[in-house]
Design a protein around this ligand. Structure first.
Ligand code: ZN
Length: 240
């Protein structure tokens, strides 16, 4: 591990969830420490009652209000389209992963060649946004699995990472959501996900640390065995 990296063992987090982990913390402490409540994205009831067009219209109005309160001139030619652009970007791009209708369609193939070793898709580019500050998280995801008779198209692994990244996120939850989805579609426990990412809320504001990155890892099934886990990590970090 490089200097300044923080390792969260996400499987330990299950135990923390049993007691209300945010009790006694102030709003700023929750944001700066990036504390969270659940591995499921907290959604309100009726989250999908509105269609995308209506959501864009509503967000556009609200965002114009924010800009107005900040004192910006919405009649300026450069600024007047911003509320609509931001609303459209929220709904159809950077937060589209909130809607289960946008989940990637995953086709499975028979493992014809009986390849029974681990398969790793490494260095998957990852863009997400922090749920505490709504600013970007930028990094790489590394995903491994051992086939249980079915295999998945390689580009679908990238799509799955992308889908769960396109939500307001915390990195621990993102890691676990990708792993759980893969376990489900591949009908196997043998899944590992590592994410190494930089959080702009840490580098561009707050503590303003521009060199640290955050590492999260979750291992299931055979990847809990030290030798399998070490092989996976070796493949990820010893290039070639
Ligand atoms: Zn943040």
């Amino acid at each position: 591990m490089k200097r300044n990296e923080t390792l969260y063992d996400t499987q330990q987090m299950d135990k923390i969830q049993e007691v209300n982990p945010l009790e006694g913390f102030t709003m700023d402490e929750i944001g700066d420490a990036h504390l969270f409540t659940s591995f499921d994205t907290p959604m309100r009831e009726g989250a999908f009652d509105l269609d995308d067009e209506t959501k864009i219209e509503l967000i556009e109005k609200k965002f114009a209000e924010i800009m107005n309160v900040l004192g910006l001139d919405l009649n300026d030619d450069s600024l007047k389209g911003t509320p609509h652009r931001v609303a459209k970007m929220y709904v159809t791009e950077i937060f589209k992963g909130l809607n289960p209708a946008n989940a990637p369609k995953v086709a499975l193939f028979e493992n014809k060649y009986q390849y029974d070793q681990m398969l790793i898709e490494r260095d998957i580019t990852l863009y997400s946004n922090c749920e505490h500050h709504f600013v970007p998280i930028v990094g790489k995801a590394h995903v491994g699995y051992i086939s249980n008779g079915k295999v998945i198209g390689l580009s679908k692994i990238n799509r799955i990472v992308e889908f769960f990244s396109k939500r307001p996120q915390v990195q621990e939850r993102l890691t676990v959501q990708i792993a759980n989805y893969l376990k489900e579609v591949l009908s196997t426990e043998d899944v590992a996900v590592v994410i190494d990412a930089r959080h702009l809320c840490v580098s561009s504001r707050g503590v303003e640390d521009t060199s640290s990155s955050t590492l999260t890892a979750t291992y299931f099934g055979k990847f809990k065995e030290i030798s399998t886990r070490e092989e996976f990590l070796r493949h990820i970090y010893q290039k070639g």
